[in-house]
Design a protein around this ligand. Structure first.
Ligand code: SAM
Length: 412
C-alpha cells in the first residue's frame, strides 16, 4: 500500500528522521543483529522469555502469513511497542501520480509486467514535485541501465538518452530497441566504477538509476557531487553488494553515527521475499530446512557447538535423497563420514528448526525498513549537504518491488 497521507521527506525532516532512526537502531541492536538461522539460542531470549517461547511455538505457516507485515503480529510485549515504533519511523509519503502521455504499446514488449509498472511509477514520480525540474531535461543518463527500458521511457519521444552498462549483450539488444523509438540514444559499454563515467555525468541533464546495487549507487552519489551533475533520481537496491567490509556513510551525520553496519547487516532490508513464486518459496524452504538439519548433524560430528557456513548449492543437489545430500555436504566440508542416522527424525528436526527460525526472524523483520531508511537517508542528507534540493519517498507499492524508495535530487 502506498501512503499519500504521510509527507515526502525533505529539508530538515531528513535529518530529524535520520536521528530518530539512529537512536532506535542503536538502542535495539541486540535484537536485530542476532541471527536465528546460525544461533540456536539468541541472547535476547533470556531477557524476554515469554516472547521467545511464544514465537518458538508457532508453525512455519504462521510465520509465512505475517512475513510481509510483521508489525501486525499480536505477540507478547514488548513486541508491539517495538513494532509500533519501527512502523512510525518507517512511515513515508509516496510521490503523487502524474499523468504522462501514453507510450507506444509495443514499447512494453519483452518487459515483464511488474518491471513495466515499476518503470511507469518511477517516471510518474520523476515528473512530480521537485522532480519536475529534473524531468524538464532533454538529456537523460541511465546508470547501470540494463537494456535501458527506464531511460527510453523517459526520453521518449524526442530527448537524448545515454545508457551506461557493462554487459555487452544488454547493450546490443538495448541499442536495437532504442533505434525503434528514439532518434538520439547511445548505449555505451562502460564500467560505471571507472573514470569513464565522469564525462557522461557532467554532460547529463538528469541521471536516473533504477535498482543500482550497493557500491554502484553509493559511487553514483559521490560522483554526482564530484562531477557536478545537475540532478539524480535513484531507487537503490542490494545494499550489501559492496567491496568494503563496513558501510561507509556519505553524509556528515552518517559519519557521526555510532552505528557500524557490516555486510550482513546491510542484507537485512533485503530479507523480505514478497516477489517470490510458490515454487521458489518451496525450494527455499527445503534448502533451509535441510541446512538446519545439517547444522544439528555437523555440531554432533565435529563436537563443536557452532554454526558452520555451507556454500550455495545448485538445484541438482536437491534431487538427491536427504541422507545422500548430508553425506555429500559433509564430504564437501571435509567432515568425518556421517554415521547411520534416523534420517526421518533428523529431517523433521530441520523443519522444526525452520519454523522456529522463521518466527524468531519476525522480530528482526521489524527492523528491515528502519535500517533501509537509515541508509537511504544518509544518502539523501549527503546530497542535501552538497546543495541539492532532495525529496525522499516511495515510488510504487511494495508488492511491485520491496525496493521502492526513490531519492530525487536537483542542484539548487
Ligand atoms: C539490477 S540491474 C538493473 C538494470 C536496470 N536499471 C533495470 O532496472 O532494469 C543492475 C544492472 O547493473 C549492471 N552493472 C553491474 N555492475 C556494473 C558496472 N560496474 N558498470 C556498469 N553496469 C553495471 C548490470 O549488468 C545490470 O544490468
Amino acid at each position: 500500500m502506498l501512503s499519500h497521507d504521510a509527507p515526502l521527506l525533505s529539508g530538515d525532516a531528513l535529518r530529524e528522521r535520520f536521528l530518530a532512526l539512529d537512536t532506535f537502531l542503536l538502542a535495539q541492536q541486540s535484537l536485530w543483529r542476532e541471527k536465528p538461522f546460525i544461533q540456536q539460542k539468541l541472547n535476547w531470549e533470556a531477557e524476554y522469555p515469554e516472547l521467545a517461547v511464544w514465537l518458538r511455538a508457532r508453525s512455519l505457516a504462521d510465520a509465512e502469513a505475517c512475513h510481509a507485515n510483521p508489525y501486525a503480529l499480536s505477540a507478547p510485549q514488548p513486541f508491539a511497542d517495538w513494532a509500533q515504533r519501527a512502523q512510525q519511523l518507517s512511515t513515508l509519503g509516496s510521490f503523487p501520480d502524474t499523468l504522462l502521455s501514453q507510450r507506444p504499446l509495443r514499447m512494453q514488449s519483452g518487459i515483464a509486467e511488474r518491471k513495466w509498472q515499476q518503470i511507469e511509477a518511477f517516471a510518474s514520480a520523476v515528473h512530480s514535485g521537485a522532480g519536475q525540474s529534473l524531468a524538464a531535461t532533454n538529456n537523460w543518463l541511465d546508470w547501470c541501465a540494463g537494456k535501458g527500458h527506464l531511460g527510453r521511457y523517459l526520453a521518449w519521444p524526442n530527448a537524448h538518452l545515454e545508457c551506461l552498462e557493462f554487459n555487452s549483450e544488454l547493450i546490443n539488444s538495448g541499442q536495437a530497441i532504442s533505434h525503434k523509438y528514439l532518434a538520439h540514444a547511445q548505449h555505451r559499454l562502460c564500467d560505471v566504477m571507472s573514470a569513464e563515467s565522469a564525462a557522461p555525468l557532467q554532460q547529463a541533464g538528469a541521471v536516473i538509476a533504477l535498482h543500482a546495487c550497493g557500491d554502484l549507487h553509493t559511487h553514483l552519489l559521490r560522483q554526482v557531487n564530484a562531477q557536478q551533475a545537475a540532478a539524480v533520481a535513484l531507487a537503490p537496491c542490494c545494499y550489501n553488494r559492496t567491496q568494503s567490509e563496513f558501510y561507509q556513510p556519505l553524509s556528515a551525520q552518517g559519519q557521526a553515527s555510532a552505528l557500524r553496519l557490516n555486510r550482513d547487516d546491510l542484507g537485512l532490508p533485503l530479507t523480505a521475499t514478497v516477489t517470490a513464486t510458490n515454487r521458489e518459496r518451496r525450494l527455499r524452504d527445503q534448502s533451509m530446512a535441510w541446512r538446519l538439519a545439517f547444522d544439528i548433524l555437523q555440531r554432533e560430528l565435529r563436537g563443536v557447538d557452532e554454526y558452520l557456513p555451507t556454500p550455495s548449492l545448485s538445484a541438482a543437489w536437491f534431487n538427491k535423497s536427504f541422507a545422500q545430500w548430508c553425506a555429500d555436504l559433509a564430504k564437501l566440508k571435509g567432515l568425518p563420514s556421517v554415521p547411520v542416522q534416523n534420517w526421518i527424525d533428523l529431517q523433521a528436526r530441520g523443519w522444526q528448526r525452520l519454523a522456529e527460525v522463521r518466527n524468531l526472524e519476525l522480530l528482526r523483520a521489524l527492523f528491515r525498513r528502519p535500517l533501509e531508511l537509515w541508509l537511504v537517508l544518509d544518502q539523501a542528507i549527503f546530497l542535501h549537504e552538497q546543495g541539492f534540493r532532495v525529496e525522499l519517498g516511495e515510488f510504487c507499492a511494495s508488492e511491485l518491488t520491496p525496493r521502492n524508495l526513490l531519492l530525487l535530487a536537483c542542484r539548487v
